[in-house]
Each structure stands twice: as structure tokens, then as C-alpha cells.
Design a protein around this ligand. Structure first.
Ligand SMILES: [Fe+2]
Length: 336
């Protein structure tokens, strides 16, 4: 597989880059990234991204195993996220120029080889000392199948199966970094899960535009500072002024205090990409949408052709595990 990607070094003007830090401060409170949506009808008992979570617990970030217990592993990856812009709704004042940045649009056209690029979302992630991000591919979209309607692991499985390419809506992702970011390099497999892994330091005011729905990637551990604190689901990270951030439990008790130099701060931009207006119209008017039954029947048929499914289709949770195991080949599992 040949992944197309492009680094931007530097990305914005120094003033614009500094503004990205001020936007986080103005936002004031960052909350942990919680799972969304339901797995109705299939795999109800499984977490949305059980594909990546199970692999991480087994293999860790580098494929050499994970020495953490399950609770610590989940807290290491329970990072902080705030949405800055969604569709045309600007939620963080000052982000407008980033949302429709001309360099992002032109690099996305080039990397994704699509002439029409429609910005969809801008969000910020903050990882605290000791946190990291499991190797994964992002949640893709297909006509009629997105995370509002389908479980995230199913969408990821669909992409890796290659059976729904005609329905895919390619998404360009640009990850950009601002601030000191100790550790926390972006690690990825640009030439596929069996090829070499590369890393890009999270240097202030740099960015990488890449198809993160296809390319496995993660975040290396942010430089630890003292004991790793408890970061439960309702934890908050709040800017307290004068370069101070407070990490608090869901009950509001402070568990750690950090300055900007301790944190890893990134901003992600995602945009839908189309070859032409006809392709965009087909997506917008929903005239050629997938249905869940069609998706499951297509996968079921393919599993029988592969010889991994015979007889009755198993119950939903077992079927979900079978699909993920069959189609999603993680780099670590391959290396093992
Ligand atoms: Fe990602």
C-alpha cells in the first residue's frame, strides 16, 4: 500500500500558531473523549472501538506488550478532547481561519487526489504526562453508514475488508501540533501494517496531512511527570491562568497540576473529499446509501467464501468479534 501524505513545517505563521494555544486557554475546560452512539443490533456488549482496545491491551503501543493493568491502560488512553468547529458551526472563536485554511484545502486535494474538499470538523486533543494513544485507524464514513448510525468498529471493519470501497467517502485528516509537547510523537505505518513504522515529533507549528482512516497510527507516550494519576471518565483538565492547568477527578478533586510545557496539544482537521460534483451529490441526496442488512449480508457472504464461517450466523457479539478478527490486521499482531 502506498499512503500519500504531506508534512507542513512550518504550518501557520508564528502569530497564528500562538493563537491556537490561546484558543485552548479560552476554552478553559477540556473533558475526556467518551464513547458515543450505540451498537444496536450487533455487538451490543462491546465498546465502540474494541478493535483497537483489545489490540492495545495485548500488544501495547509498540507491539512489545503492555505491562499495564486494564484500568491503567484505559486511563493512559483516556485523553482530553474539545470540538472547535463542526460543519459550519464555529464553537471556538478564532478558529475560523484554521477551519478553511487555504494550505489545508490545497494539500488535501493533492494528497487525497480529489478536487472537491469540504471541511467537516476541527477538534483539539490534549494528552497529559504518561498518556499515549493506542495504534488504530480512524472511523471512516460510507454513504449511508457513519458513526451516528453504525458502531464505530463496524465502520472500521468495513474499510479494512475492502468490500465497500464504492460507497466510501474519503476523509482527509490533518493533525497539527502546538506548544512544547514533551514526547508524544505521532507514530504511523505510512506504507502499510507490514512495512516500517515511522514517527514524527509533535513539534510546535507543524502538521501532517494523511488518510488516517487507512493508515494505522498512534501517539507515543507523553513524558511522564511524577506518578501517573487516576484519570477517570468524567475527569477534567482546566486552564487556571498563568500557564497552569488543573487535572481533576469527576468529583472535582484536583489530582495533578501541569503547565503548558508538560502537555501535548494537537488540533485535528477533517474534510470530506470528492472527485466531482456528481459524487458529492450522491452523498448529499442519499440516493445510493448502504443499509445495515446489506452490510452484514455482504460481510457474511465473504466470510463463507473465506471459509471462516459455516452454518448459522453467530449471535451479534460473537459475530462482531469474528468480523474484527478476520478483517482488521494490526501491525503489532503481524509483527508478533
Ligand atoms: Fe486517529
Amino acid at each position: 500500500m502506498q499512503a500519500r501524505y504531506k508534512a507542513m513545517q512550518p504550518f501557520m505563521t508564528p502569530e497564528e500558531a500562538d493563537q491556537m494555544l490561546r484558543i485552548a486557554e479560552a476554552r478553559r475546560v477540556f473533558r475526556t473523549y467518551a464513547d458515543e452512539a450505540l451498537n444496536e443490533g450487533i455487538g451490543e456488549d462491546l465498546p465502540q472501538r474494541f478493535d483497537a482496545a483489545f489490540n492495545y491491551i495485548q500488544h501495547g503501543i509498540d507491539g512489545h506488550g503492555n505491562s499495564d493493568d486494564v484500568t491503567t491502560a484505559s486511563q493512559r488512553t483516556n485523553y482530553f478532547r474539545e470540538t472547535y468547529a463542526y460543519a459550519d458551526d464555529i464553537e471556538a472563536p478564532g478558529i475560523e481561519s484554521f477551519f478553511s485554511h487555504p494550505d489545508l484545502l490545497s494539500v488535501a486535494r493533492e494528497v487525497m487526489d480529489r478536487s472537491i474538499v469540504v471541511p467537516a470538523i476541527v477538534y483539539a486533543n490534549i494528552l497529559t504526562p504518561g498518556q499515549e494513544l493506542a495504534i488504530h485507524t480512524d472511523v471512516p464514513e460510507f454513504r449511508g453508514a457513519d458513526r451516528k448510525k453504525m458502531p464505530q468498529w463496524l465502520l472500521v471493519t468495513m474499510l479494512h475488508s475492502g468490500l465497500f470501497n464504492d460507497y466510501r467517502v474519503p476523509i482527509a485528516t490533518c493533525v497539527s501540533w502546538f506548544g512544547a509537547n514533551p514526547g508524544g510523537a505521532f507514530t504511523y505505518y505510512p506504507l502499510g501494517p507490514t512495512a516500517a513504522r515511522e514517527s514524527m515529533a509533535a513539534t510546535h507549528n507543524t502538521a501532517l496531512l494523511i488518510d488516517t482512516d487507512s493508515v494505522f497510527h498512534g501517539v507515543e507516550r507523553v513524558t511522564p511527570k511524577g506518578l501517573f494519576p487516576t484519570i477517570d471518565k468524567g475527569a477534567t483538565l482546566s486552564f487556571e491562568g498563568e500557564d497552569q492547568w488543573s487535572l481533576a477527578s469527576a468529583q472535582g478533586d484536583e489530582v495533578a497540576r501541569y503547565s503548558w510545557t508538560d502537555l501535548r496539544y494537537s488540533i485535528s482537521w477533517k474534510a470530506y473529499c470528492f472527485r466531482n460534483e456528481a459524487e458529492r451529490a450522491k452523498w448529499a441526496d442519499r440516493s445510493d446509501d448502504l443499509t445495515l442488512d446489506f452490510i452484514l449480508d455482504t460481510l457474511d457472504t465473504d466470510l463463507r467464501v473465506r471459509g471462516v464461517l459455516t452454518g448459522e450466523r453467530p449471535e451479534p457479539t460473537a459475530f462482531a468479534r469474528l468480523l474484527v478478527n478476520e478483517y482488521i490486521r494490526f501491525p503489532a499482531a503481524i509483527a508478533a
